[in-house]
Design a protein around this ligand. Sequence first.
Ligand code: SAM
Length: 278
Amino acid sequence: MPGTLYIVATPIGNLEDISLRALRVLKEVALIAAEDTRHSRKLLNHYAIATPLVACHEHNEEARAAQLLVRLQDGADVALISDAGTPAISDPGYVLVRRCRAAGIRVEAIPGPSAVTAALSAAGLPCARFAFEGFLPAKKKAREDLLSALRDEPRTLVFYEAPHRLAQTLEAVARIYGNERPVAVARELTKKHEELFSGSAGDARRHFSGEVRGEIVLLIAPAEKAAAEPADVTAALRRLAAQEDLPPAELVRRVAKTTGVARNAVYQEYLRLKGEKA
Ligand code: SAM
């Protein structure tokens, strides 16, 4: 019987944030593949886990995946962990998972912390839908081009950002999205110096203008649907009335839908136009 590859989430700061199942699996597997074995040894020592470790990081993931696949095919269970949070989320893991699944190896997620979901859950921005963009590009032009391309995104935007670039990024966010766009900055989540800032892009730029330390998640509120101008409603009523012979209620309903303006307001405008004609 081939073994199972377990994708095990580990804490993003606070060592208590690990599930009982994660601890059991890390104890029971034959081998743990870790992004940085020295870093992970601290977590494993804390929980008295003595399972052998091998390194699996972005520079050796292809070669390591081939070796781990052989071990799994031979029947060994293997766990994959990263330095923090959920493997494969802006971390190594995708290559190994893809290879294992292609080879028919069972892959199981042991869910737990991830900075993206932790930040979203506490930021107070809409989170029924969100767009996670991973790390923002390091180069200024590429970063600003990406931010510009996402300006009208109707879902909350979530980015990982390096602390030394945060001030410059917030300056760009305020400029491109406007000073008033709500944002949140989650810094050092679950750690001693945890900070969860929320406010306008302009406020955030001022707040983080000095030296910033720690690990950062940046969230930007969705673009509001641009409110239709009164002139748009008038034009839409005139256009639709000229195109189709609709009863007033249907005319108003359709214009309210296409412009996003309240039905009552559209009806008032309809009455005004009718009065003009009479
Ligand atoms: N796989 C991880 C996860 O599930 O969150 C993410 C790994 S990625 C290489 C590391 C980035 O995640 C950091 O640069 C930071 O943007 C974010 N991050 C990780 N831990 C964090 C924390 N405690 N507070 C805020 N952001 C954190």
